[in-house]
Design a protein around this ligand. Structure first.
Ligand code: ZN
Ligand code: ZN
Length: 127
């Protein structure tokens, strides 16, 4: 389709950014799956359009085996992810930090995938 030139010809550069309004935008468009079941939630899979680049992106978050992830969770989301994990232990509700991992081309992405955008989606299950 040629009717969306902003999506076809202008490539957003990779940037690590988040905007408060993306949380609401993503909540309206994302689909959330809980696996293997709502009663035994181990992994939450969030999919939908990225609120920044509008490419389709899929993000999965493990709810269990936190100890395996603590060591690997360093880097830019380490601290936040650790705080979220602690909060998640209280019940079937969790604020998930979703990071764009679209397959689209974004200049300056280097070894990263996605456009660098992140947003927070509140997920509830089994209640
Ligand atoms: Zn994106
Ligand atoms: Zn993208």
């Amino acid at each position: 389709m040629q009717s969306s030139p902003e999506q076809e010809s202008v490539e957003l550069p990779y940037r690590v950014v988040s905007e408060p309004e993306w949380n609401a935008a993503a909540a309206a468009t994302a689909s959330v799956g809980v696996h293997p079941s709502e009663e035994l939630a181990e992994v939450v899979v969030v999919s939908g359009p990225c609120p920044r680049c509008e490419h389709h992106t899929v993000f999965s978050e493990r709810l269990v085996a936190y100890s395996d992830m603590l060591g690997a969770g360093s880097g830019r989301r380490g601290l936040l992810a650790r705080a979220l994990r602690r909060a998640a232990a209280r019940g079937g509700r969790r604020d998930i930090e979703v990071i764009c991992s679209c397959g689209g081309a974004h200049p300056d992405a280097g070894e990263e995938s996605g456009c660098g955008a992140s947003w927070v989606l509140t997920v509830e299950w089994g209640q």
